[in-house]
Structure formats: C-alpha cells, structure tokens
Design a protein around this ligand. Structure first.
Ligand SMILES: [Zn+2]
Length: 115
C-alpha cells in the first residue's frame, strides 16, 4: 500500500508506513495545502497594500513593486484551489482574484504615475 504522506510503497499487510510511520489508509492532508491556502489571503492583503501607495500617490515605485508581487502571488494562489480540492475553494479563489485585480490596478497605476 502506498503511503499517502510520503509515497513510500509499503507491503500490503502493513498498518503503518515503514518510512515515516504514517497510519496507512488515512488520507494525509499536507501542510503545504494550508500554506497555499494562506497564500490567497496574502495575495489579497498584498493587493490592498499595493493599491495604497499608488492611488494615494505616495510612491509609484512601491505600487509597481507591490503590484508585481501581488500579481505573482495572486496568479499562483488562484490556480491552487482550482487544482486542489480545498474545502473553502470559492473563498480562496475570490481572495486571490480580488488581490490579483488590486495588484493589476496598483501596477498599472504605478506605471502611469511614473511616465
Ligand atoms: Zn510514509
């Protein structure tokens, strides 16, 4: 039986993984999925933070830089709930999408302020 945690191929009669001691037959929910779902909220926060310096005309560069980071984070975190079956999929996708949109606004507006 294949361990759902580490992927080690254990003998069929084994109850626990020989490699990592995981209880076989139990679905392992990786920690990464938690971290990845947090990414959606981070993308949202970065998006909001990115908009502030650009729209308030405090710093166009900060808006561009934060906007670019938000774009990467948002794009990355938006694809995760689509690929993985997470319980709060729609919330995560909404957060990522809003973060992504705000990042685009900050990025574009930051460039607009620069030129
Ligand atoms: Zn294992």
């Amino acid at each position: 039986m294949k361990c759902s945690k580490c992927g080690f191929d254990n003998p069929e009669e084994a109850l626990f993984c020989e490699k990592c001691d995981w209880k076989l037959g139990e679905t392992y929910i990786p920690e990464v999925s938690f971290n990845r779902s947090v990414l959606s909220y981070v993308a949202l926060v970065v998006g909001i933070v990115a908009v502030i310096p650009a729209v308030m005309k405090i710093s166009a560069i900060a808006g561009i830089v934060l906007g670019a980071i938000g774009l990467m984070l948002g794009g990355y975190s938006f694809t995760i709930p689509r690929i993985m079956d997470l319980p709060n999929k729609n919330v995560l996708m909404a957060c990522s999408a809003i973060g992504l949109i705000l990042s685009v606004v900050a990025f574009v507006y930051g460039i607009y302020l620069m030129v």
